[in-house]
Design a protein around this ligand. Structure first.
Ligand SMILES: *Cc1c(COP(=O)(O)O)cnc(C)c1O
Length: 394
């Protein structure tokens, strides 16, 4: 069997920004027997799940549920609304924004990457005025879509999506707004309808507290209309057949039955806690984490106070320290898993996830593990981050 079975005593502290810890209630529901996905019971269940997920995205529009990771859902969004060679704007916020436009390029989309000039775009949230300015110049309406990441998981920045919608409208531009909220949904407030997103992409393994394996596309009436005429070849990702079959609670292909049991359970937990309470809990834990980082005398990767992420905090390590060595130490010595620096931030920072099934003491454990590991790396923190976070939380 897996070496994982031979785990050290006590719990594993999974503090990467996804996959996030899966609550035991959810794990238990996933272990229910698999049933016939074409049988009578499944249709009822499917309808309940489809209705529930709309509340999570705050939408009255259909939400596609794919057996896929978030990357599959990225691809699904693009292939349903774009044509080959279409020009698409991607706002750079970090590694996930980059991976998404790399995927778009492979599909033959004409990618234009934008960001605020004179700023390190990996440290500042989306500046909607940059998008507005670019769209105003596009008098021929060549740009077909604007793609932004709501919560950039590589840097720990949450951007204002409503501001992006307003920028597109102010420029009187017909481009679609495609939003990656893979790590935002369920942890940071997101309002698909009210914020005017045309497609919102998400995944199961972050704020929704599920294992990886489900990807989502929340749609808008405009996106559905555009999808009827678009030309990129697609089959598995095509919305039309799924939309049709979802009307009765079924899918054209076999859905991830057991993960959907888990989704049903996690949505029930989320509705019991209340979405606003969940978002407030995330904000509070994130703030506690930032107090710790400041006390250690370390920098937050995010330099933009308006974009501090409630989901994770990116911690820049001092010059000369290897963030991955610190992570290795935390894992081996304390069974604490921290997120690695992605892309150009490899070795320069680590990420503390405080999303999903996380509370004060799980965060305190993580901070304690980080503080001890910093000490083992020879770093003498300015003050105790653990004490600073405790002071804030008590
Ligand atoms: C995790 C994540 C993805 C990719 O999802 P996978 O499930 O790894 O394919 C995309 N975007 C963001 C912002 C993410 O956090």
């Amino acid at each position: 069997m897996l070496k994982l079975d031979n785990h050290p005593s006590g719990r594993h502290f999974l503090h990467i920004p996804g996959p996030s810890p899966v609550p035991s209630r959810v794990l238990r529901s996933i272990s229910y027997q698999t049933i016939d996905h074409r049988g009578p019971e499944f249709g009822q269940f499917g309808l309940k799940v489809l209705e529930g997920i709309q509340k999570i995205f705050k939408t009255k529009q259909p939400v596609m549920i794919y057996s896929a990771s978030g990357t599959g859902a990225w691809e699904a969004a693009l292939v349903n609304v774009l044509n080959p060679n279409d020009k698409v704007l991607f706002y750079e916020t970090g590694q996930f924004a980059n991976l998404w436009h790399a995927l778009a390029k492979r599909l033959g989309i004409d990618v234009e990457v934008i960001g605020k000039v004179g700023h390190d775009t990996w440290r500042w949230g989306v500046d909607a005025s940059v998008i507005e300015e670019r769209l105003r110049k596009d008098t021929q309406h060549e740009i077909k879509a604007v793609c932004v990441v709501h919560n950039e998981t590589s840097t720990g920045m949450t951007s204002n999506i409503l501001a992006v919608r307003k920028a597109i409208d102010a420029a009187k531009h017909p481009a679609l707004l495609l939003v990656d909220s893979v790590s935002g949904i369920g942890s940071a407030d997101f309002e698909h309808d009210a914020w005017g997103a045309d497609v919102t992409i998400s995944g199961s393994q972050k704020g929704l507290m599920l294992p990886p394996g489900i990807g989502f596309n929340a749609l808008s009436p405009k996106a559905i209309e555009v999808s009827k005429h678009n030309k990129i070849p697609k089959s598995y990702w095509a919305w039309d057949e799924i939309l049709e079959m979802n009307k009765t609670g079924y899918w054209p292909t076999t859905p991830s039955t057991n993960l959907m049991y888990g989704l049903h359970e996690s949505m029930d937990m989320m509705m019991n806690e209340g979405l606003n309470n969940i978002f407030a809990r995330h904000q509070r834990l994130a703030q506690a984490c930032r107090h710790a980082v400041a006390a250690w005398g370390l920098e937050n990767q995010c330099q933009d106070p308006n974009a501090y992420s409630p989901v994770l905090t990116g911690v820049v390590v001092p010059d000369g320290m290897d963030a991955d060595k610190l992570r290795k130490h935390a894992l081996e010595k304390f069974n604490l898993s921290l997120g690695t620096g992605l892309g150009k931030l490899k070795g320069k920072m680590f990420r503390i996830g405080h999303l999903g099934d996380c509370n004060e003491l799980s965060l305190m454990a993580a901070l304690s593990g980080v503080e001890m590991s910093l000490g083992s790396m020879g770093y003498k923190p300015k003050e105790s981050g653990v004490v600073a976070a405790q002071e804030f939380l008590k």
